[in-house]
Design a protein around this ligand. Structure first.
Ligand code: C2E
Ligand code: CA
Ligand code: CA
Length: 550
């Protein structure tokens, strides 16, 4: 063992230094100079071994042994003493110490005492844990045979700290509260009991990952409410590890996976992690993300970024496209290319769409009030799931009205691949919005199976040429570009080229008669606070005036 954690309790600084040096190759050491300091340290961190002097200022090392057994029963203790006294040694052993060493000691002897104590503690913890675990596995086995289910490990990592602060009786009461909350949460939940000091194990009769993710989210919220104890509200942060059970797998393996998921949740600082047995590592990461995705909106981790849309003739910023950004608490920024498919799988796109729509309306209304975007508009991307929703048009119109904006200030971007599948609901919903003046754009045009008939069935206001086609202005793709611009003209709709990255792109597009553009040349998507529509307008207008743009 090279990474054991040892607490050295001695008021003699020279002994502390000597012991820390002796153990440097096998342990990381902290030092406490008296009984109070030792008790505080034990409450803050779990130690594998405490090395305790018998005589301490204002107290005895025996008190530290008693506290150690109470706060952290799985830790080992070795007593140090200035006297070679058998009675003291016996008392220390009776109070749970696994070794006794007389000062001054040889460095090698101290190391052997600590290593032996560690091994002894490991054995007894394992035995106690194994029997609790065996009981839980035995109870789990028949439940997972009954049908689709999942094993849930509720990890209350703060139990050692709570025990140090409030005492054992309070901790028992807290665990009782948590157990009641678990059984109240769902009458079909089976509580299997406690595993170790800090975990509760339960089984939920749900095998579907999407429903499980929701359940884990709700369960986490109901467990997170502070517990009232003797008039004090005690917060008890718990994290959940969930493993989908498979009837072919043995219960022990299912429990291990739920424990691994709980460890992952703790390491990453997220409320819950779901581990699905049938998946490879990559899918597992996706599923962990899925669990987090369902809470992203509530946690405020989703943001709207905006990319300007430019009138290529005047250089003016005429609109903004709202693009979703997910800032994951531990993994950082998750791009929409990964997040949107996940959210679709979780049936979360309605919530994401509503969030983006309301945020975009609110932000545009503010920009208009501040005079930064008079007359400008904002467009949002819509997913197929949202378009299928029975009250989609009403929701859009309500969000627009709530922000006190005219419907013409909002554009809805429908990707070509979604637009191809024009069911009646889809057409009815978009027609209803168009009738009220909401602008309709067909997105990523040129990448899907667009048909002319499809294009004429709805009153589109705008075609957005996909950036893969924009980039091909120099070669054969140019013919495609030309025909799309001609198509736009024939239909009387605006054409906007996406992905304008260079001046060469811009010059070519303008030469072909494209009036609107969007791309890194004019600015990347950014938060509303960093967006400066007027200076961007000036910069591009100045560029036009200098003749860079024809
Ligand atoms: P999109 O609607 O075609 O959005 C344009 C994407 O191209 C954005 O990527 C944007 O940052 C990127 N882009 C813009 N200019 C340039 C450029 O000059 N060069 C290059 N290489 N890229 C450029 P982003 O933000 O990663 O979004 C990717 C896709 O995710 C979007 O493609 C859209 O289909 C989807 N998406 C984003 N936000 C939402 C949303 O709120 N709802 C829905 N349903 N889909 C969204
Ligand atoms: Ca778009
Ligand atoms: Ca696009």
């Amino acid at each position: 063992m090279t990474n054991a954690r040892v607490l050295i309790v001695d008021d003699d600084a020279a002994i502390c230094r000597l012991a820390a040096r002796a153990l440097a190759t096998i342990a990381t050491c902290d030092v406490a100079g008296d009984v109070d300091e030792a008790i505080r340290a034990l409450g803050l961190r779990a130690y594998d071994v405490a090395l305790v002097d018998v005589r301490l200022p204002q107290g005895s090392g025996m008190t530290v042994l008693d506290e150690l057994r109470r706060i952290s029963p799985q830790s080992a203790a070795v007593m140090m003493s200035g006297v070679d006294d058998l009675a003291v040694a016996r008392e220390a052993l009776a109070r749970g110490a696994l070794g006794y060493i007389v000062k001054p000691f040889r460095v090698g002897d101290l190391r052997i005492q600590v290593v032996t104590a560690l091994a002894g503690a490991q054995r007894s913890t394992n035995t106690a844990r194994l029997s609790a675990r065996a009981r839980i596995v035995a109870a789990l086995e028949p439940l997972i045979r009954q049908g689709s289910s999942a094993c849930v490990v509720v990890d209350v990592a703060d139990i050692p700290l709570l025990s140090a602060v409030y005492g054992d009786a309070a901790v028992e009461s807290i665990c009782g509260h948590l157990q009641r909350r678990l059984t109240d949460f769902d009458p079909a939940l089976h509580l299997l009991g406690r595993l170790g000091t800090a975990s509760l194990v339960a089984v939920l009769p749900i095998g579907d990952v999407r429903r499980l993710t929701r359940a884990a989210h709700d369960l986490h919220i109901s467990l997170a409410m502070p517990i009232l104890l003797d008039g004090a509200r005690i917060p008890v942060p718990a994290r959940l590890g969930v493993a989908v059970a498979s009837p072919e797998e043995d219960a022990d393996a299912t429990l291990s996976r739920a424990e691994a998921a709980a460890d992952a949740a703790r390491e990453r600082g997220v409320p819950s992690v779901i581990y699905d047995g049938g998946l490879d590592d990559f899918s597992r990461i996706q599923f962990e993300l899925l669990a987090d995705a369902s809470t992203a909106i509530d946690r405020g981790d989703l943001h709207a970024f905006y990319q300007p849309q430019i009138d290529l003739r005047s250089g003016a910023c005429v609109g903004l496209e709202a693009l979703v950004r997910w800032h994951h608490p531990t993994l950082g920024d998750i791009p929409p290319s990964l997040f949107v498919p996940l959210a679709e799988r979780m049936s979360l796109m309605n919530e994401v769409g509503e969030f983006m729509l309301r945020t975009a309306c609110g932000d545009l209304a503010r920009l208009r009030r501040e005079g930064a975007m008079t007359g400008g508009r904002v467009s949002v991307n819509v997913s197929a799931a949202e378009l299928r929703c029975i009250d989609y048009p009403e929701r859009v119109l309500r969000a627009i009205a709530d922000a006190d904006l005219p419907p013409s200030a909002i554009g809805i971007e429908v990707t070509e691949s979604v637009a191809v599948d024009q069911s009646d609901t889809f057409v009815r919903h978009l027609e209803a919005l168009a009738r009220q003046g909401v602008r309709l754009s067909i997105d990523d045009f040129g990448t899907g199976y667009s048909s002319f008939a499809g294009l004429t069935r709805l009153p589109w206001n705008e075609i957005k040429i996909d950036r893969s086609l924009t980039a091909r202005h120099r070669d054969a793709g140019c013919e495609m570009l030309k025909s799309m611009l001609a198509l736009g003209q024939a239909l009387g709709v605006d054409v906007i080229a996406e992905g304008i990255e260079t001046h060469a792109d811009l010059d070519a597009l303008r030469a072909l008669g494209c009036n609107y553009g969007q791309g890194f040349l004019f600015g990347r998507a950014q938060p509303i606070s960093l967006l400066d529509t007027t200076s961007r307008r000036n910069r591009v207008a100045a560029s036009l005036a200098q003749g860079r743009l024809r």
